[in-house]
Design a binder for this molecule. Structure first.
Ligand SMILES: [Mg+2]
Length: 295
């Protein structure tokens, strides 16, 4: 019997505060919005009223957009343009080398093993994809989206909202090998019944890196299914450190927590390199065991 060997490893990142400082906040600030008040007052009021946090901020941006409103007119092109001009210079240190190194490490274990990178974010997908660094390095980006008004091009309705449990949906799409282009034609495709052995990237071949409460379902899913989850936090911020301890480490949702630095000499950078080597080694071991069974 011919066995299917899975040869792709996936490293999946949250975006804001994991790869770069919060991009939505930077966009709002670029238009002169008081971002502290936006998040701490305006969005918080909606959340206290029962809004999903992602829906709350997406709606608030719509309220703020338009002539004579705090953000002025906003189009999807504006969001992409902001991403193009402002993201590439702000990524946390070591990322460009990290991607290259992880590919090299996996290929050194076996030339058949490749590594793919994904972003699953509660931020604005159009803004994130404006970055040429993102377009060059990531196989897909999943994030919140707005539709555009046909007549003016202004952002109009919330087209896609990626909230915390929704993030796991995209892990399943990656797991089953479903591409975003296919999902546009069939939104329910993620529910398709794909036998475990035929899934393109098993969860145990995934590494998830994130920083926030919205990442908890992904941390739990990936860890429970045999993959690896790492958390990042900002050691300079007390709230971030406390959350890291109480929500992530204390509850065993991640293996460890680190500052978002990805050079070979940084904690997280070196752990990710070791993690890819471990996962690639395990793929080869499983392959030789299966071949032994098959003989
Ligand atoms: Mg984040």
């Amino acid at each position: 019997m011919a066995l299917i060997f899975v040869k792709t490893l996936a490293v999946i990142f949250d975006f804001d505060d994991t790869l770069t400082p919060d991009s939505t906040t930077r966009f709002l600030a670029s238009r002169g919005v008081d971002t502290r008040s936006f998040w701490q007052n305006e969005v918080k009021v909606l959340v206290s009223d029962g809004y999903d946090p992602s829906m709350a901020y997406l709606n608030k941006i719509l309220d703020y957009s338009g002539v004579d409103r705090p953000l002025g007119r906003v189009t999807n092109e504006d969001l992409a343009e902001f991403g193009k001009n402002n993201l590439d210079s702000e990524f946390y240190p070591g990322l460009s080398t990290l991607f290259k190194d992880l590919r090299t490490i996996a290929a050194a274990v076996s030339r058949d093993i490749s590594v793919e990178f994904y972003i699953v974010s509660g931020g604005l997908q159009t803004l994130i994809e404006g970055s040429s660094f993102v377009r060059k390095n990531f196989a897909a980006v999943y994030g919140c989206q707005y539709s555009s008004r046909v007549d003016t091009g202004d952002i109009h309705h919330i087209k896609r909202c990626v909230t915390f449990t929704e993030k796991t949906r995209y892990l399943f799409e990656i797991n089953k090998g479903i591409r975003p282009e296919q999902v546009i034609k069939n939104q329910y495709m993620v529910n398709s019944d794909v036998p475990l052995k035929r899934r393109r990237i098993p969860f145990r071949n995934m590494i998830y890196v994130g920083d926030g409460l919205t990442d908890i379902p992904c941390f739990s899913l990936v860890q429970r299914m045999g993959g690896l989850a790492f958390g990042v936090f900002n050691p300079q911020e007390q709230a971030s450190a406390k959350r890291a301890l109480m929500e992530f480490l204390h509850t065993d949702r991640v293996i460890s927590m680190h500052a978002p630095k990805y050079r070979k000499s940084d904690e997280l950078g070196s752990l990710l390199r070791a993690a890819i080597s471990t996962l690639a080694g395990r793929v080869m071991l499983e392959r030789s065991e299966a071949e032994g069974d098959d003989a």
